[in-house]
Design a protein around this ligand. Structure first.
Ligand SMILES: Nc1ncnc2c1ncn2[C@@H]1O[C@H](COP(=O)(O)OP(=O)(O)OP(=O)(O)O)[C@@H](O)[C@H]1O
Ligand SMILES: [Mg+2]
Length: 349
């Protein structure tokens, strides 16, 4: 160690490597002396120089020595935003965080989430929605905000993203940053990271409800999400057919799992019946009747609402003007659903 004090770091005011804490370990074995040096950057431009000087100093002072220099990379302080380690500060003023989930894809989860958000805002609540479907984000299209570019800035040691505001709701989606085809090739960990950023790095401000449009299925992303985001609970979306119901069971179990234990505020039965535009009073139960009610009973969760299958809902989704904005029956169905949800949430402790 005494000899190593002669090795100075030219870029650090000529302080020596011992003083700089760069000497991790010194070992010896016969004639061999092994010095392990710690660098803080992967490519310290002076690494080669310091390794050479360390060798020379040892050779100079210890006759017959065989020096070996090993190196390790050690970052002094890992940066907070660099990994999965995002804090929940941005969620501090959010009262209820609700996952909108389903076991099965394509049951209208995003449609329900977007319309529920708009309906809650219509009722006077402060609402945000995070599109957690990093593989197939649909919020930008459904809200007509595809062209929006969220403002991002640095606040202290943190990167922050501002949500997009429209229809009285704060929206965030990976779709604002990446084209869907880019997002599709992401591997699991990257997708999980992106997802967390879409929730934890967003300056939501004060919200009564933050809805999270969960991706379909019950995989890794879901598990990571329910563990890392302080969810208040979930809403499950299903269609009435039996196949969908079997999948919904997986969705329900995801939140009731022993290590998660989040309340399920209720079930939304989507496409509960079909009503043609020209016959607004007719209901055709094309996927079966009362499937939602039966399944709600089976799992002991309230049936929050039934949303009909109507052309207007699909069209307004495609046009970026959620049906919940309208005073048509399908619009008011979402407003009723929002009322029931707000009630269910306030009753759950
Ligand atoms: N009640 C409804 N009436 C008419 N069309 C609907 C209704 N609900 C959903 N749709 C339409 O069905 C399609 C699928 O809906 P949506 O994208 O909301 O499903 P999802 O469950 O989010 O799908 P994914 O699993 O891919 O995320 C969309 O075109 C949507 O407009
Ligand atoms: Mg979706």
């Amino acid at each position: 160690m005494k000899f190593l004090r002669e090795v100075q770091h030219p870029a650090k005011g000529d302080k020596d490597i011992v003083e700089l804490g760069m000497v991790e370990k010194v070992e010896s074995e016969g004639n061999k002396v092994i010095v392990t040096l710690a660098f803080s950057k992967h490519r310290d431009p002076l690494a080669e120089y310091l390794i050479g000087s360390t060798k020379s100093v040892l050779i100079k002072h210890i006759p017959g020595v065989e020096p070996e220099i090993r190196t390790v990379i050690r970052d002094e302080a890992p940066k907070k935003h660099a990994g999965l380690d995002l804090g929940t500060e941005e969620l501090e003023n959010v009262r209820h965080i609700i996952g909108v989930a389903s076991g099965k894809g394509g049951v209208g989860k995003s449609t329900v989430a977007v319309n529920l958000a708009v309906a809650l805002a219509r009722l006077g609540y402060k609402v945000g929605l995070a599109d957690a479907d990093v593989y197939g984000p649909s919020v930008p299209k459904m809200t007509g905000t595809e062209e929006a570019i969220p403002e991002a800035f640095r606040d202290g040691d943190k990167d922050v993203i501002m949500p997009i505001e429209k229809y009285g709701v704060k929206w965030m989606s990976i779709g604002y940053f990446a084209k869907p085809e880019q997002a599709l090739i992401w591997r699991g960990p990257m997708a999980c990271n992106a997802l967390k950023q879409m929730i934890l790095q967003v300056r939501w401000g004060e919200l009564d409800f933050l809805l999270i449009d969960m991706p379909p299925g019950t995989g890794d992303i879901h598990i990571s999400l329910v563990h890392d985001i302080p969810l208040s609970g979930a809403v499950i979306v299903s269609t009435p057919q039996a196949v969908a119901l079997a999948d919904v069971e997986k969705g329900v179990n995801m939140f009731r799992n022993d290590s998660i234990r989040k309340p399920i505020f209720g079930l939304v039965e989507n496409m509960a019946w079909f009503t043609p535009e020209e016959l607004p009073d007719n209901r055709y139960y094309i996927f079966g009747k009362d499937g939602g009610a039966e399944m709600a009973k089976k799992y002991g969760i309230p049936l929050l609402g039934q949303i009909p299958l109507v052309q207007g809902i699909r069209e307004s989704g495609d046009d970026g003007e959620p049906a919940a904005l309208s005073s048509r029956p399908d619009g008011t169905a979402f407003v009723q659903l929002a009322e029931r949800l707000a009630e269910a949430v306030s009753e759950t402790k």
